[in-house]
Ligand binder design. Structure first.
Ligand SMILES: NC(=O)c1ccc[n+]([C@@H]2O[C@H](COP(=O)([O-])OP(=O)(O)OC[C@H]3O[C@@H](n4cnc5c(N)ncnc54)[C@H](OP(=O)(O)O)[C@@H]3O)[C@@H](O)[C@H]2O)c1
Length: 332
């Protein structure tokens, strides 16, 4: 089969598509004929050996795929050959075939396109657990989403709206990025590149929330925006740290936590996938239901062939993706 093949950690521009042996399903595993794979920012980190989990070399990157089950291993009871599924994995999705554990596959609702199914994985799962689990979101609460034009940002905005947030505010940076945050459903957009961000963010958030501040901050960005967002939280507010797209890991000032009874918490979604697959399955069913009900919809901006994967990753690295990047691998 053809696969994007990383034989040593290197800049993604140096990585090529290669002919490699087909995977074989072991006990409790299936092989999927991949039709679409989602490209994500962490794929770049994995290829370059900068991700917290370093895959064993050689490997194919890619955490989310959708396709058709083509073979099943011993002991697989819930899936059969020919079923259309989405799959979540640590790596391996940038390939024509993917070997994956049975419990990491989710049967697609009738009529769901493969590209959408692949895009409803990592970022929606992460946003789901950030809101529902780490932040204990309740309908009627207000949410500030940093990086509101990015993968996690768009998913968080859409899910917060779909789950009944009173207001969803997007923090964005970069020209034109307000449009994608608004398309995702943000009620208001704040520019995070303001020179006096510490005051500007808090003041604008307070104005939008009757002087209260927001109940929840979702932060996949870090850097200066994080400290500013901490000040924009309401009494008993919760902040979820998801990533550091700005390249800067922030330091949290503990006095803010004490003064307003604030909780700052982290989220590493892959831990949920490994430790509580039943909760991830339940979340995926809810995410698929919200899609089928028309309440959430991944914004796919560009599709690339497998051989063009580097072009897609370049858009992600340079902040020019303007939505999800999907690799179209199969013919369906
Ligand atoms: N914890 C987990 O389980 C988990 C899961 C998935 C991803 N992540 C991490 O979450 C982070 C975001 O992932 P993603 O898929 O959303 O990435 P993405 O699609 O590249 O989006 C990143 C967002 O951050 C914005 N941004 C970049 N630098 C910024 C700055 N200095 N100030 C304000 N905004 C800035 C980007 O704006 P521009 O587009 O204009 O640059 C974009 O909106 C990554 O670090 C990723 O590794 C963590």
């Amino acid at each position: 089969m053809k696969a994007v093949w990383v034989s040593e950690f290197a800049p993604f521009e140096q990585v090529r598509v290669a002919d490699v042996p087909d995977p074989v399903a072991g006990p409790g595993e299936v092989v999927i004929e991949v039709q679409a794979a989602e490209a994500n920012f962490p794929d770049i980190l994995a290829i370059e050996g900068r991700y917290q989990i370093k895959p064993p070399l050689p490997f194919s990157p890619g955490k989310c795929a959708a396709g058709v089950v083509s073979s099943i291993g011993v002991g697989v009871a819930s899936l059969s050959v020919g079923q259309k599924v989405a799959a979540q994995t640590e790596y391996g999705a940038y390939a024509q075939r993917l070997r994956v554990r049975e419990e990491s596959c989710f049967v697609l609702p009738e009529g769901m396109p493969f590209a959408k199914a692949a895009s409803l994985g990592l970022v929606y799962q992460t946003a789901w657990f950030a809101l529902q689990d780490r932040a204990s979101f309740k309908p009627g609460e207000s949410v500030l989403v940093l990086g509101g034009s990015g993968g996690i940002g768009v998913a968080s905005i859409q899910l917060a709206k779909a789950l009944g947030a009173s207001i969803v505010i997007a923090g964005i940076i970069g020209p034109g990025n307000d449009a994608i945050a608004r398309q995702a459903g943000a009620d208001a957009v704040i520019d995070l590149s303001a020179s006096n961000l510490q005051d500007a963010l808090r003041d604008q958030v307070k104005e939008l929330t009757d002087g209260n501040g927001v109940d929840i901050v979702i932060d996949p960005v870090g850097g200066d925006s994080n400290a500013a967002a901490l000040r924009a939280l309401a009494w008993c507010g919760r902040m979820v740290i998801i990533g550091f797209a700005s390249g800067m890991i922030p330091t949290v000032k503990a006095n803010y936590l004490l003064v307003k009874n604030i909780a700052v918490t982290g989220l590493q979604w892959s831990d949920y996938r490994e430790r509580t697959p039943e909760r991830v399955k339940e979340a995926q069913e809810q995410i698929f239901s919200l899609f089928m009900a028309g309440k959430i919809d991944p914004i796919i901006s560009r599709e690339f062939a497998l051989e063009e994967f580097a072009e897609g990753l370049r858009l992600l690295r340079d902040g020019k993706a303007q939505g999800k990047i999907v690799l179209k691998i199969g013919s369906e």
